[in-house]
Write a protein that binds this ligand. Structure first.
Ligand code: G4P
Length: 527
């Protein structure tokens, strides 16, 4: 197969959702349909349940599982599908944001009874920043759900994206009859008998007006479906694939993942319309996937929890060319040539050494602590991929050394954990103390635990009251200097030495923005 053909047949995406909407279940069902697994339940949920925050064995176990399920590749009808898993717990949202930098599209799962939830909104913001094409799967129709048109309006309003249903449900909860596929004009009937298998009864409906449909779902629901479909066709424009690919229009499907329902329709449509790997931005130029030379970037680093084997796996997304085992590549940040003798690929639950990988594929690279998130590999060109930002953290604490004999260990541990992207480190301009910023409370516990178990270091947390950290810059150097002087007690630098303003309150931030008009306040590290 040519490079072009390999690219064209790849689909790399992530399933994202508010916790509990059904992301794990849907992912598992996609694998089931893809033949990558044969029974449901094979992919363990990698979510850390609420209330288990101090159960570190559980966290470790989950982390172990999440390596195995970080990337799940499988072949379906000649298409190579790579699903990138994202952590379920919202305290690990930053991890999810970074994973989204490596996908070409996403499927958003929404609970039909709950509608759009907070985490869904945040994740959509990240997709919007990158113009990532999104498809929506409204789940749990076997339970009483909101009215479909209300759900469609809610998605449009809350996620700020135009929608186009490509399937439409017939009632929900105990009355749930099935889903009418507007794309292929057929009806899939809901029967719970097929729960664990990949088949559901499907009937072709050439003409919705014919009474044939009444036989399947009864007159009342048949009439309702006719009205609904008429309304859909009247209200929504024809599905516009180009608008979907630009990230402006989301096709919507309905179903029940746990019952295998509507999943095949989603997958069939997905492989037809979802994008294959596209160009990626770098600081100097755009890289196209069919360029002959290999380029790729690290978007995730996973540490081994076993203190005797402190090696890590760096996950690299291939952006162009063909990646080959045992070939020398330039690690752009260090300027070193490196080759990998055992790069791994992930097929379903298995990890195996590969000889080649193509754009869209994710390769696991063995790392002894040299790689950082965002690192680029090329065949010699000094590129740096953009679009892997850090987000302004929301929780802050001073980190202090709790064991004077272990200063070095602590410093190394903190550095490596920051490279992995577990949290962000800021150095206060006021007192030179180290401040750790995270998106969730759980990270502080994870950091403390990992410092102890992996680096033999111990830390202590001290409170600091900060509302938000934002990166600042300005073309008006005088004003910038003035700002930094006046706000000296609230200034810090990040690990790259860039200026960061630590606002005490939302009011202080608003006031600073108001009073210093020439200063730009950034909420992601990439600007
Ligand atoms: P998440 O990864 O998005 O957090 O969600 P997950 O798939 O773990 O699903 C959350 C819960 O919702 C699970 O129940 C799951 O079985 C259930 N669920 C998923 N899809 C459907 C659906 O279509 N209909 C209904 N009724 N439920 C669904 P749980 O009780 O938390 O776990 P479990 O014991 O069932 O595994």
């Amino acid at each position: 197969m040519t490079l072009q053909e390999e690219i064209k047949r790849r689909r790399t995406f992530a399933v994202i959702a508010h916790p509990d909407a059904g992301k794990t279940t849907l992912t598992e069902k996609l694998l089931l349909f893809g033949g990558a697994i044969h029974v449901a339940g094979a992919v363990k949920s990698n979510k850390i349940k609420k209330g288990a925050t101090s159960d570190f064995m559980e966290i470790e176990r989950q982390r172990g599982i999440s390596v195995a399920t970080s990337v799940m590749g499988f072949e379906y009808e000649g298409v190579k599908i790579n699903i990138l898993d994202t952590p379920g717990h919202e305290d690990f949202a930053e991890d999810t944001y970074r994973t989204l930098s490596a996908v070409d599209s996403v499927i958003i799962v929404i609970d039909g009874a709950k509608g759009v939830e907070s985490q869904t909104r945040k994740l959509m913001e990240v997709c919007r920043m990158r113009s990532t094409p999104v498809m929506v799967f409204i789940n749990k129709l076997d339970r009483p759900a909101k009215e479909p048109f209300d759900l469609l309006d809610e998605v449009e309003r809350e996620l700020k994206i135009r929608v186009r249903p490509l399937a439409f449900p017939i009632a929900s909860g105990p009355d749930f009859k099935g889903v009418y596929n507007l794309y292929e004009k057929n009806l899939t009937l809901f029967t719970t008998i097929d729960r664990q298998t990949a088949n559901a009864e499907k009937v072709e409906i050439s003409d919705l007006a014919s009474t044939e449909i009444d036989e399947y779902i009864g007159e009342k629901f048949a009439n309702r479906l006719r009205d609904d479909v008429e309304l859909v066709e009247g209200v929504y424009d024809e599905f516009d694939r180009e608008a979907y690919l630009r990230g402006e229009l989301a096709p919507v499907f309905f179903g029940s993942a746990v019952n295998n329902f509507g999943v095949r329709e989603l997958l069939e449509c997905f492989i037809q319309i979802a994008p294959s790997p596209r160009g990626a931005h770098t600081e100097t130029r755009d890289v196209l996937p069919d360029e002959p030379k290999m380029t790729g970037f690290v978007f995730k680093i996973h540490a081994n929890m076993d203190p005797n084997h402190r090696d890590r796996i760096a996950f690299m997304k291939i952006c162009s060319g063909v990646f080959e085992r045992n070939k020398n590549y330039l690690h752009v940040r260090s300027g070193k040539q490196l080759k990998f003798s055992s790069p791994t690929a992930f097929m379903a639950e298995k990890k195996s050494v590969i000889d080649e990988a193509y754009p869209g594929d994710i390769v696991g690279l063995h790392d002894t602590g040299n790689f950082k998130i965002g690192d680029t590999f090329t065949e010699g060109e000094k590129l740096r991929f953009t679009g892997i930002p850090s987000f302004s953290p929301e929780q802050f604490r001073y980190i202090e050394n709790a064991d004077p004999m272990k200063f070095k260990q602590l410093s190394k541990g903190v550095d490596q954990l920051m490279d992995e992207g577990v949290a962000q480190l800021f150095i206060s301009s006021l007192n030179g103390r180290k401040i750790i910023g995270t998106v969730g409370q759980l990270q502080f516990e994870v950091i403390q635990y990992r410092l102890e178990h992996e680096y033999n270091a111990s830390c202590r947390w001290e409170p600091i009251s900060i509302y938000k950290a934002c990166w600042i810059d300005s073309d008006n150097q005088e004003q910038l200097a003035d700002f930094k002087r006046r706000k000296h007690t609230n200034m810090a630098v990040d690990k790259h030495g860039r200026d960061v303003f630590l606002a005490d309150t939302s009011y202080a931030l608003a006031l600073a923005q108001e009073n210093f008009k020439d200063i730009r306040f950034h909420f992601t590290s990439e600007f």
